[in-house]
Design a protein around this ligand. Structure first.
Ligand SMILES: C[S@@+](CC[C@H](N)C(=O)[O-])C[C@H]1O[C@@H](n2cnc3c(N)ncnc32)[C@H](O)[C@@H]1O
Length: 243
């Protein structure tokens, strides 16, 4: 099996981040529609078939408290992490994906993930899976979110979208709310101008989030045992407070 970097490089035809070649956002997004329309299976490409081990550790240890809170997971794909938030007691856990086929897969995955769960019906009711574009989304209630979870989302976006990404988080989280950023892939051997996934650095998040209204709480490498297989040593966890 090739390395995960190779696998993820195959997830879409890479594009160069040059002004001359930069596609419009809708052209860029077409790659995601194609990937999901072509029937991305569990465990293929970026889909790891399970919630993030780091997220599960934060939730089970109480280092991240979500009881009664409202969580948002954009670019949720099959939505493993969305269900994890609801299973940990979130009052509402919303997963967004721009692709209808991704959300169809997430609905199916939610049912599978909750089969045999003692509170399956309650957890299921606390999740919302929506076809929506993060950049224009707001919840139907008009309420903001307490917790945001960004994993393999920033690296999925064209670099030209990054300032809007930070502004989007600021728009969707309430003051005092927490944003968790799983910083991936941190890999200096990769061409920074090619993606997705677009390589990122902890410094990039420090450039993007404070000007948008976030205060840094912590930013640390993730221990190898808390990364998905193939991602060890290339992930950091950032925790930020919305001011
Ligand atoms: C790299 S995948 C990660 C999926 C999921 N987080 C996971 O780890 O399996 C990125 C996802 O973001 C979705 N996406 C891309 N742009 C988006 C946008 N503007 N709004 C919502 N979802 C988007 C894609 O359809 C894709 O499912």
């Amino acid at each position: 099996m090739g390395s995960e970097v190779q696998q993820e490089q195959q997830l879409a035809a890479p594009v160069a981040a040059s002004a001359a070649e930069h596609p419009s956002w809708s052209d860029y997004n077409q790659r995601w529609f194609d990937i999901w329309h072509d029937g991305l299976q569990k465990g293929q490409q970026f889909d790891k078939g399970a919630p993030s081990p780091q997220l599960m550790q934060l939730l089970s240890s109480g280092q991240l408290q979500v009881q009664g809170r409202r969580a948002l997971v954009p670019g949720c794909g099959r939505g493993y992490d969305v269900v994890a938030f609801a299973a940990a007691g979130a009052a509402l856990s919303v997963g967004l994906d721009i692709c209808t086929d991704a959300i169809a897969a997430a609905n199916q995955q939610r049912d599978e993930q909750l089969t045999g769960h003692p509170d399956g019906a309650k957890v299921s009711a606390a999740t919302e899976l929506a076809v929506a574009d993060f950049f224009s989304y707001c919840h139907s209630s008009g309420q903001l979110f307490d917790v945001g979870y960004d994993y393999t989302f920033l690296c999925a976006l064209h670099p030209d979208m990054r300032t809007s990404w930070a502004a989007g988080w600021a728009r969707l989280l309430q003051p005092g709310g927490e944003l968790l950023t799983m910083v991936y892939p941190v890999d200096s051997s990769r061409d920074a101008n090619t993606g997705p996934p677009w390589p990122v650095t902890p410094e990039l998040y420090k450039q993007l989030l404070p000007p948008a209204g976030f205060e840094l709480v912590s930013l640390e490498p993730i221990p190898a045992g808390l990364s998905h297989e193939g991602r060890q040593g290339r992930e950091w966890l950032g925790r930020w407070r919305r001011q």
